[in-house]
Write a protein that binds this ligand. Structure first.
Ligand SMILES: [Zn+2]
Length: 166
């Protein structure tokens, strides 16, 4: 699994552009070759309780804890980054999106939304078009064990902690 490069540990380090991604609407694309382990985006921002976020924004939210979310700036890379069941980027730590392999210029940059969602009511019809598409994307707890093993610790950090019960 990749480790973030220290020197280029900023959202600006990787060059991305937002453009048309067909049926999915807009998506985020590599504007140059991105190497394995590069931080491509950082969702770090103001963390809000889900109940304080208008429902129409929920689909754009990035979950950072069982009860906290970041709403990306409208129109930003974070707003448009799409899911794929076979992604080329993963989540590391609380907010960083890191290249899982080399991403060529022009490729869409994606991560697996199931590795970010800890709310078990979540469900999304998938249009990633991959052979291994799960068709319906759900929360992390519904991920098949082999996929959990594949992602290892490259999921939102809070998902690796038990759900707080008190
Ligand atoms: Zn899919």
């Amino acid at each position: 699994m990749p480790r973030p490069k220290k020197k280029e540990d900023t959202a600006e380090a990787a060059s991305l552009q937002i453009s048309d991604a067909g049926a999915k609407g807009k998506g985020v694309f590599a504007a140059r070759r991105i190497e394995l382990g590069e931080v491509v985006w950082d969702y770090a921002g103001e963390e809000e309780w889900i109940k304080d976020i208008p429902e129409k924004l929920w689909q754009y939210c990035f979950q950072v804890d069982y009860d906290k979310y970041v709403v990306p700036k409208e129109g930003s890379v974070g707003w448009f980054m799409n899911h794929s069941c076979v992604p080329n980027a993963v989540i590391m730590g609380r907010t960083k999106i890191v290249a899982l392999r080399r991403i060529e210029k022009g490729e869409e940059v994606t991560f697996d939304y199931s590795t970010n969602v800890g709310w078990d009511g979540f469900t999304m019809e998938c249009q990633c078009g991959m052979k291994a598409c799960r068709k319906t994307v759900k929360s992390y707890s519904f991920l098949p064990e082999d996929l959990k093993g594949h992602y290892g610790a490259c999921v939102s950090g809070f998902l690796l902690r038990p759900f707080p019960t008190s």
